[in-house]
Ligand binder design. Structure first.
Ligand code: PMP
Length: 316
């Protein structure tokens, strides 16, 4: 679905997936003025389609747009566009338990701008793709390496919003890690090089003595919607959850580590390598806390348990 340019997002239309035309001096191509979102639609046994907290994606895009000097669709416009795109692509949603439809909204400065400035026109579009598991390991443990030379975000930068440049910044470390057989990279803060930040595309949690800790949101990590949901789910399951500075040394004697994100859902971490030293968790299996939280979250997202928090939205 493609909405009108110039910041008026009220008139959208459905188009067949394909290439889009772009002015070579578009703001997004030259100055990285672009944002995206990621959410999923699940098909239920009764045929209904569920989105998970889509208004949170709309709000995050609006916050990001403010940081990137762009106008953005209203929450209502965002939701309407997502629903229309999902309905038009209903046939691509996998059967229950077989995956989901990944939805990718994009907002970008599409107007021509030669000297550095915000673009004069904007485009909001959404495309979708059926997906299975994000990591080739599936729900099996993933293996991370800590990067201490390259950083994805700096204080005062754009690490806290979902702008395209943040992902360009991780490509080098991520490709090197994958070439060595790791699943992904875990970043440290760039000031002290001591506190955990996040993985290239997901947030991180550390479990010790049944207390779950995760790095606090302070502008350099993405405020993940899954992160926020898992904090609430974990508290409702009786766990103590702390949002704070989590030092890299705490990984040495953690009981369990897991990552959260729309794509990765809850992914247990099997090992973390730092400065050539590898620490393993949960005896190479899936930790009990990760398993419990994964199971509650996925059943909620798929409409298999009562949605007491009112997080799911039916697409009609
Ligand atoms: N951090 C980064 C850098 C991400 O790209 C993502 C994926 N959107 C997340 C964390 C997790 O966010 P969410 O749970 O909203 O998908």
């Amino acid at each position: 679905m493609k909405c009108a340019r110039d910041g008026d997002f009220s008139k959208g239309e459905l188009q067949r997936f394909g290439n889009i035309e772009m002015n070579p001096s578009a703001g997004v191509l030259n100055y990285g003025q672009g944002l995206f979102e990621g959410l999923k639609a699940y098909r239920k046994e009764d045929g209904n389609i569920l989105l998970f907290r889509p208004e949170e994606n709309a709000l995050r895009m609006r916050l990001g747009a403010e940081r990137m000097c762009m106008p953005s669709p209203t929450v209502e416009q965002f939701l309407e566009a997502v629903k229309a795109t999902v309905l038009a692509n209903k046939r691509w949603i996998p059967p229950p338990g077989k995956g989901s439809l990944y939805i990718r909204p994009l907002l970008m400065g599409s107007g021509a701008v030669l000297g550095l400035a915000p673009a004069p026109e904007y485009t909001f579009l959404i495309y979708v793709s059926p997906v299975g598991n994000y990591f080739k390991e599936g729900v099996a443990p993933i293996h991370l390496i800590i990067e201490h030379e390259l950083h994805r975000a700096t204080p005062g930068g754009t690490g806290g919003v979902k702008t395209i440049g943040n992902y360009a910044a991780v490509l080098k470390a991520q490709s090197a890690a994958k070439a060595k057989g790791y699943s992904d990279v875990l970043y440290l803060d760039c000031v002290h090089k001591r506190y955990l930040e996040e993985v290239s595309s997901c947030n991180i949690f550390v479990v010790k003595d049944n207390v779950i800790s995760t790095p606090a949101i302070k502008g350099t990590i993405l405020p993940g919607i899954t992160r926020k949901s898992i904090i609430d789910v974990a508290r409702s399951q009786g766990f103590q959850v702390e949002e704070r500075h989590v030092a890299v040394d705490e990984l040495l004697d953690a009981d369990e580590v897991f990552c959260t994100g729309t794509a990765v859902v809850v992914s247990p971490v099997g090992s973390i390598t730092y400065m050539g030293k590898r620490v393993s968790y949960s005896d190479g299996g899936v930790g009990v806390v990760s398993q419990q939280l994964y199971s509650v979250l996925t059943r909620l997202q798929m409409g298999l348990i009562e949605d007491k928090m009112d997080w799911t939205v039916e697409v009609r």
